[in-house]
Ligand binder design. Structure first.
Ligand code: TYD
Ligand code: MG
Length: 481
């Protein structure tokens, strides 16, 4: 007799319990447990009786053909996948609703179909007419993409097993798919996991590349079924601020390529436009002449990206001052504030601090420390930073400005965009080779930079800064020794 396999599965992380409880002990979320039938498709009695077949074992040195890739025809998309879709691989694309996932994939599939590949778009969310309407808006109605609105995985696999193997299949979205092999309702972890498994099996067997679209929960996880992330070959997230037209495609996991590359797009009335020079875009609407902004020369993957950091430091009326940051790591901001306070005498405990990365980019490099510090101090002392300068460097807990990778690439990009100077770590000056044509202002410690900015503030006759009085190298040295 089949065992009773009803259990309670966390809809956030997939952990299973045999009784209900309010909090998932695995991921700490509340009210995420739902009752599900977790029995597999094969009855236990058959499973255990089947005798395993033998298979040949191979050596590591065998000759396997290179992973054949299918270029999408969109440079920014190929950059993130690592050069195109790999045959037989499965890619998960996650993002907030309305961010443009369906638009991106409609464009990519149309380009491939026009190039003569068999491409299938299965929509589980929208009716065929809606998908057609989008294609029409994008001017892609003539592309020979094969389209269907279906949600049964078995039907999809049977249909696609006929005829030529599709080169690319888009499943929009995995949360709408369901399979007969499990009892749970569509959208539950068990259903999503089983559907994804069936589709992954089909991809490996047939050699078709599959893209699964996944929704993102409010806290930014690719929804509920985090389990799917482990099963697929690559996970990309499509991000952007709703109010801005920039969209960033980022690889979170990639078995066949780098994970630090980003693809930049702009949402226009006619679909997504690729942005080949993101720096120009991120700097296109600079607030020239306002205190509190600094341009950071960053690196995203292999590409230098210049972006403006905006800071606002204002006296607080609250007992605990606010710290709000968009586009950067809040703990990194706390660290920079602590170093400013401990080593540079910049008192910020009575101030609210806001930091924003312009354009909706999310920076992950520690190299942004110096630019963030410059923007913060500039806002505090109300002194404008030179508009033709870029900043980069990591700040250590002792207040020393540490070198970062790829200095020449950062300087070259800055020079290309018309910047005249760079504020950078002392030790990076040598490797930069003055060939970029920028004047270099090497700083050894954060104290030096704070003093320089404070001096600009006092020259303007508007100094109200504690920094100016206290930020002396002597104080810094005492702190170190
Ligand atoms: P969509 O691709 O449907 O998002 P997702 O699949 O991630 O939910 O995109 C929806 C948004 O994009 C919608 O608000 C309208 C906007 N949009 C444009 O601005 N221009 C366009 O050409 C298209 C097709 C959509
Ligand atoms: Mg969609």
């Amino acid at each position: 007799m089949a065992k009773n396999t009803l259990s309670f599965v966390c809809q956030n992380c997939g952990a299973a319990y045999n009784r209900w409880q309010g909090k998932c002990e695995s991921c700490g979320e509340w009210n995420t447990l739902a009752e599900e039938d977790t029995s597999g498709s094969v009855p236990v009695s058959i499973r255990s009786r089947r005798k395993g077949r033998t298979f040949a074992l191979e050596s590591l040195a065998g000759k396997s053909p290179d992973a054949p890739r299918l270029s999408s025809g969109m440079t920014e998309l190929d950059r993130v996948t690592g050069g195109g879709f790999v045959r037989g691989s499965v890619l998960l694309v996650g993002g907030d609703p309305g961010i443009g996932k369906s638009t991106l994939l409609t464009q990519a599939t149309s380009l491939l179909a026009r190039a003569g590949h068999r491409v299938v778009y299965i929509s589980g969310e929208e009716a065929v007419a809606q998908v057609r309407l989008r294609a029409e808006r994008l001017g892609l109605s003539d592309a020979p993409v094969q389209l269907a609105a279906e949600t049964s995985v078995e039907d999809i696999v049977s249909t696609l097993s006929e005829g030529a193997v599709p080169r690319l299949i888009v499943i929009d979205s995995i949360q709408t798919m369901w399979t007969d092999t499990v009892e749970s309702a569509p959208g539950t972890v068990t259903q999503v996991r089983a559907s994804a498994q069936a589709l992954i099996r089909f991809a490996k067997k047939s050699g078709a590349a599959i893209i699964l679209v996944g929704h993102v929960t409010k806290d930014g996880q690719i929804a509920g079924p985090r389990v799917v992330e482990h099963m697929v070959d690559a996970v990309m997230s499509f991000e952007g601020e709703g109010s801005q037209q920039f969209r960033i495609l980022r690889a979170v996991k990639n078995r066949f390529g780098p994970t630090d590359e980003i693809g930049v797009f702009e949402m226009t009335g006619l679909g997504l436009r690729e942005v080949t020079n993101p720096s120009e875009l991120f700097l296109s609407e600079r607030d020239l002449g306002t205190p509190g902004t600094a341009v950071f020369a960053g690196i995203e993957g292999t590409r230098p990206v210049l972006v403006e950091l905006q800071a606002l430091v204002a006296p607080t009326s609250l007992g605990t001052p606010r710290r709000a940051v968009v586009g950067w790591d809040p703990s990194r901001l706390s660290m920079v504030l602590a170093v400013l306070e401990a080593h540079c005498g910049v008192k910020l405990s009575g101030h609210d601090v806001y930091l924003n990365v312009a354009g909706g980019l999310r920076i992950q490099e520690p190299a942004a420390d110096l630019a963030a510090a410059a923007a913060l101090v500039s806002s505090l002392v109300n002194a404008q930073l030179p508009t033709d300068a870029v900043y980069f460097g990591e700040i250590s807990l002792s207040g020393v400005v540490r070198p970062v990778a790829q200095t020449p690439a950062r300087l070259k990009e800055a020079a290309k965009l018309g910047f005249q100077r760079a504020v950078l770590p002392e030790s990076a000056r040598g490797e930069s080779g003055g060939d970029a044509g920028l004047s270099l202002n090497a700083v050894n410690s954060l104290t030096t930079l704070v003093a320089e900015i404070a001096a600009r503030g006092s020259r303007r006759g508007e100094s109200n800064a504690p920094a100016e009085k206290n930020a002396t190298p002597a104080r810094f040295r005492r702190g170190e020794g």
